[in-house]
Design a protein around this ligand. Structure first.
Ligand code: M6R
Length: 610
């Protein structure tokens, strides 16, 4: 959840740390701080509550520059939002400074022991224990790496940890367990961060730390160790994201940019997976090998928006393969999930770091299931835990609200369903080719939605005055109703709920008034007449209805107050253009309400806590 950056090199350390922190702010932003090993070999620390720009202002009078430094942006999990609780945390004599992401479960008992030894704690966080433990061990070993090694042997819980000491001012020691860390490899400088965008302006060469790794980093050398202290070779990866990818490209918000990225991100999700020659679908070898097993059922685990992609996946997989598919929130699956024999467990997670989803994946593996992760982040924990993984290839998604990664998740679920359908002999060659061909048309159909932006804005203006709204759909369109409602509530703070259209009359009808608009998402398939009937029932109770319907749907005009249209096509292929309308509707509604769209209150991009 929190953002971590460490730097050692020749540049102005304060400037580098603040720049990198700004790029990490989306991970959490209630407070932040930096510590620098200054030119006089002393550690200086500055912290501020609020956004990084507040820290930046405060740091104007902070002249510390030196060979190394660490920075942290915090999203509180343990201890209130105060300067004392912000990271970095320092030891009693200010000789050790640390930043930490994760939870130290046994910090209470350790704190009692250290307090008896005379350590004085300044914060109410579990993380501060690390600075004091390292201090204890450093006094005996006078070696920062050994002190960190001994510290992590004593703690239980999860951590991405970076430590420094004024006694070894050019060195940073990092360690990870259940929380990501990645090294940025530079020339005569090196970085360590919780994720790649932090240091993208400086380097694209990266080393992903694996579970249990410890890294010793100076400006000229990187050495990895395993948890038993033995040296380990490392591999340098080249990330292809450029700075523009991770920035707003002139859009007012990352979210808007990411919505407009979708024609390309869908193309990327399809790239390398559909043969131009015969339209066959292929996945990386590990995935192909996994899918060659004769599965009897599929379970999908995910959270938030990814959960709605999972729900959609259930409809797609069941209709195209006849396999029974269950969908469970990761946080529930990890305790109550059932694994059936010959079962495939698919975890959908944009970040690949959502703690509940990782726990569900581990549980599935423990119980002998075959596991597949669908994620956007190469090197993320999900890719390491699952037997195989499929990448969304969406590029970085900075806005807290998931947009382009949701539509890529749909594409991947469609490809997976079609691929299994063919393997299990459930689809004819003509239908298969038709679907695959149509998937390739999606980017073109999304661009057509952008041409209707004025109508979407017009409807958003009306929606922006609502206090509460409902979203309805049936079949494949029901998960979209859930996602549309989540998007609206998340960024515009309007209360919203998504339902299968047939369910409103079993309770939610009681809430329908002229003031509660209903967004109905429909397609002229088998449930179309039922949807029209449901809309009629709703209209009779007062609400205005915003319909999201096909271009050639004339009947809907008689039922709905406003109609936003997507290009007519096959049902599966229409889902994504309709989603784009929902995303834009939420975006402009939030814009008219003057909400902080990219950083909604109380939310963070990657939820790495329980
Ligand atoms: O990284 P993940 O896909 O595992 O994240 C899951 C949810 O936290 C995420 O989808 C969240 O609901 C989005 N911010 C919603 O827009």
């Amino acid at each position: 959840m929190c953002g971590i950056i460490g730097y050692t090199g020749y540049r102005n350390t304060k400037t580098v740390l603040l720049n990198c922190l700004k790029r990490l702010e989306y991970r959490g932003y209630d407070s932040a701080g930096i510590s620098i090993n200054n030119e006089k070999s002393k550690i200086e620390t500055i912290k501020a509550v609020g956004e990084i720009k507040i820290l930046e202002k405060k740091a104007e009078s902070f002249s510390a520059n030196g060979p190394s430094g660490i920075g942290h942006s915090r999203w509180a999990t343990h201890g209130a939002v105060t300067e004392e609780n912000a990271h970095p945390h320092t030891s009693c004599h200010q000789e050790i400074a640390i930043i930490h992401n994760g939870i130290i479960e046994n910090f209470k008992s350790l704190q009692e022991k250290l307090t008896q030894k005379g350590h004085i704690f300044k914060s109410n966080t579990d993380s501060e224990i690390l600075a004091h433990l390292i201090e204890e061990h450093y006094e005996k070993t006078t070696d920062l790496k050994k002190a960190v090694e001994k510290t992590i042997q004593e703690i239980t819980g999860s951590y991405a940890l970076v430590a420094m000491t004024d006694k070894e001012p050019e060195k940073l020691i990092a360690a990870r367990k259940d929380s990501p860390l990645v090294i940025g490899v530079g020339d005569n400088e090196n970085f360590i961060a919780s994720d790649v965008p932090a240091f993208l302006p400086y380097t694209k060469r990266v080393i992903f730390l694996e579970e249990g790794d410890i890294a010793e980093i100076t400006k000229t050398k990187i050495q990895l160790y395993q948890s038993d202290g033995s040296k380990k070779e490392h591999e340098i990866n080249h990330v292809t994201w450029n700075i523009e990818d991770a920035e707003k490209s002139g859009f007012t918000h990352y979210m808007l940019k990411e919505i407009y990225d979708q024609p390309e991100s869908i193309q990327e999700a399809l790239r390398g997976r559909i043969s131009d020659f015969d339209y066959s679908i292929s996945f990386p070898d590990a995935v192909e090998e996994l899918l060659s097993q004769p599965f009897e059922s599929v379970s999908i685990v995910a959270c938030g928006t990814s959960y709605y992609a999972a729900l959609l996946g259930k409809y797609l997989l069941e209709s195209l393969t006849s396999l029974p598919v269950s969908v469970t929130y990761s946080s529930e699956y990890r305790f109550f999930g059932k694994n059936y024999a010959h079962s495939l467990v698919v975890a959908i997670t944009q970040s690949g770091e959502t703690l509940d989803t990782l726990a569900a994946l581990k549980e599935a593996r423990k119980n002998g299931a075959s596991t597949l992760a669908i994620t956007n982040i190469i090197g993320s924990s999900a890719t390491r835990i699952a037997d195989a993984y499929l990448l969304m290839q969406s590029g970085p998604e900075i806005g807290v609200a998931a947009t382009k990664t949701f539509t890529s998740q749909i594409v991947l679920m469609a490809l997976l369903s079609l691929c299994l359908s063919l393997r299990y002999d459930k689809i004819g060659a003509d239908d298969f080719h038709h679907h695959v061909q149509q998937l390739k048309q999606i980017p073109r159909n999304i661009r057509k939605i952008f041409d209707t932006i004025d109508e979407i804005k017009h409807v958003a203006k009306k929606l922006s005055t609502a206090y509460s709204a409902f979203f309805i759909g049936r079949g494949l369109w029901y998960p979209l109703a859930r996602e549309g409602a989540l998007k609206l509530k998340e960024i515009s703070y309007i209360h919203a709920e998504g339902f299968p259209a047939g369910e409103l009359k079993h309770g939610p009808f009681a809430l329908l008034t002229k003031e509660t608009p209903v967004v109905a998402i429909l397609h002229k398939g088998i449930t179309y007449d039922k949807m029209l009937a449901n809309i009629g029932e709703i209209k009779a109770r007062g609400p205005s209805v915003i319909a999201i319907a096909e271009d050639d749907d004339e009947d809907i005009e008689k039922y709905a107050d406003h109609v936003l249209r997507y290009p007519t096509d096959g049902e599966i292929e229409c889902l994504i253009p309709a989603t784009v309308i929902l995303q834009l509707l939420s975006y402009y509604t939030a814009l008219y309400r003057d909400c902080p769209i990219d950083k909604p209150r109380n939310l963070a991009k990657s939820v790495t806590v329980e």
